[in-house]
Design a protein around this ligand. Structure first.
Ligand SMILES: O=C(O)CCC(=O)C(=O)O
Ligand SMILES: [Fe+2]
Length: 497
């Protein structure tokens, strides 16, 4: 995660395209780049095939690569109104079958595809091995997870009964927050436009491959089902999942669940978080509020979240309403997206961002802090969007820095109630970005100016920090002291000499 003190300017778009990169020839794509439905995938196709078949219909950079640039993409209609390209799994089945038979080694155990001539016995063996590895994965999540038994019962009534209070925006435009001038707004749009004009889109295949899915199976969050952990392709989830990124070589996966949460639920959750969240403003060097943020840890954890030079402390005692809202939101998200994931394997913390103005943003970054161990192992992140629509950009990162490889940018619109997951080694190999959206932020019915957005990213803390460990030790010592006579009755019973 990036703190905002070092923002170069309000645009936060990263460097413009390098000439060398523009000249670089397109290499065959090894990954799926799709904003399509039906869990389609692509492996080993050429760049041209990828473009033709899978480039998102909404496509930002990608659309504009193919067609002459005609003004900012921000003037385009909303996702729902854009022409739909048929991306149903059935329509794509025959090319997938052809490709899978051509490249059997690239076939994923999690995606549909014709079975290899291997017999049922071989398949059963493979399933057995996978299941064992997957149970390790589950254990790993559970270890990171907190003890949900001590979590206070969510005040569901609060979320379902209370009417949405009017005038939500405590930070609406007030003239003191240094709104960007017309010129800056124009610059931002021009820079965005020039980024979109860059050379053809390509997601270069990995050179140093991470362990394959065959070697180290990874069950994506959306694949957990209540029954036995392995989802059959025929089983539909609670809501539709769209694969946004599928890079097996780097073990990077991202999925998008549009409108996973009902809009009435979102509006109440939004209100409660807005009013009761312990928000802290983050400032750029110029003193502008780039966004507001807060940090939530579930019961049993006290870790702070530190990124850059910013440190967001976990509130010692978050208000009961805030805690209840967060727990209820988590329950709702998990039940929609991964109903099969046991409660004790649920995430144990969340970072919240509040964008009250369309020009507020978060720069290119990866959530690769040691707390989550996202550079060392598979690291899932579940991001929930409430309120105004914003763009979300995801790209391969250049080595040893947070700069994106511009040609690899994948873009998706995150709307009210959308859920996005980044999984595997996404935080190691990729960076993401929420640009400012100066011109056209979709108005939202219950917001006074239609511009605010709350994003909640649920994560798993794995490497609990010193303070947190000390707390655990202190609790242990206290428990032993208080229960000394119970734990060592015979010792206590001895008469003193
Ligand atoms: O607002 C978003 O969608 C992204 C926020 C984010 O990347 C983060 O909190 O790390
Ligand atoms: Fe992030």
């Amino acid at each position: 995660m990036k703190d905002d003190s070092d923002l170069k300017d309000e645009t936060e778009l990263g460097p413009l395209q390098q000439p060398a990169e523009l000249r670089q020839a397109n290499t065959p794509a090894l990954v799926l780049l799709a904003a399509s439905g039906g869990g389609t995938t692509a492996r080993g196709r050429t760049q041209e095939e990828e473009k033709e078949r899978f480039l998102p219909p909404t496509g930002g950079v990608r659309d504009l690569c193919r067609f002459d640039f005609e003004g900012s993409r921000n003037t385009r209609p909303l996702t729902a109104e854009r022409p739909q390209v048929v991306h149903r799994a059935w329509a794509n089945l025959w090319p997938i079958a052809c490709m899978a038979s051509l490249y059997p080694s690239l076939r994923s155990p999690l995606l549909p595809g014709p079975q290899s001539p291997g017999t049922q016995a071989a398949q059963a063996l493979k399933d057995g091995v996978q299941r064992r590895l997957l149970s390790c994965q589950l254990e790993d999540l559970i270890c990171a997870g907190t003890d949900t038994r001590s979590t206070p019962k969510p005040l569901v009534t609060e979320l379902t009964k209370e009417p949405a209070p009017p005038g939500l925006l405590k930070n609406s435009i007030d003239g003191q927050r240094g709104r960007p001038t017309e010129r800056i707004v124009r610059d931002i749009e021009e820079r965005k436009a020039s980024l979109r004009k860059v050379a053809k889109h390509s997601w270069n295949p990995a050179t140093d491959l991470e362990p394959s899915l065959e070697e180290r199976p990874l069950l994506l969050l959306g694949d957990f089902t209540p029954k036995d952990g392995l989802k059959k392709e025929s089983e539909a989830g609670n809501c539709e999942r769209k694969i946004l990124l599928w890079d097996e070589g780097r073990r990077c996966f991202a999925s998008h669940w549009p409108a996973a949460l009902a809009s009435s639920f979102c509006s109440y959750a939004f209100d409660l978080l807005m009013q009761h969240g312990p928000w802290e403003a983050l400032h750029s060097k110029k003193g502008q509020v780039t966004r507001e943020t807060c940090w939530y840890v579930r019961a049993g954890c006290r870790c702070d979240y530190t990124y850059g030079i910013a440190r967001v402390r976990a509130k010692k005692k978050p208000s009961a309403t805030f805690r209840a809202a967060m727990e209820t939101l988590l329950e709702e998200v998990m039940s929609r997206v991964c109903p099969g994931l046991p409660k004790d394997a649920w995430p144990n913390c969340a970072n919240l961002n509040l964008y009250t103005e369309a020009w507020q943003s978060v720069g290119w970054h990866a959530d690769d802090e040691s707390l989550f161990m996202g550079r060392d192992r598979d690291c899932p992140i579940v991001s929930v969007s409430l309120g105004a629509r914003r763009e979300f950009w995801l790209a391969l990162r250049h080595e040893n820095c947070m700069d994106p490889q511009l040609k690899s940018i994948v873009e998706v619109d995150l709307c009210d109630g959308d859920v996005l997951t980044m999984e595997g080694l996404c935080q190691k190999h990729c960076v993401h970005f929420v640009p400012c959206d100066v011109r056209n932020v979709a108005p939202h019915p219950w917001q006074s100016d239609g511009r605010a957005r709350i994003n909640v990213t649920w994560r798993w803390i794995r490497d609990h920090k010193q303070r947190c460990r000390k707390l655990a030790l202190w609790v242990l010592v206290k428990t032993v002291v208080w229960n000394f006579h119970n734990l060592f009755p015979s010792y206590c019973a001895q008469p003193l000499r």
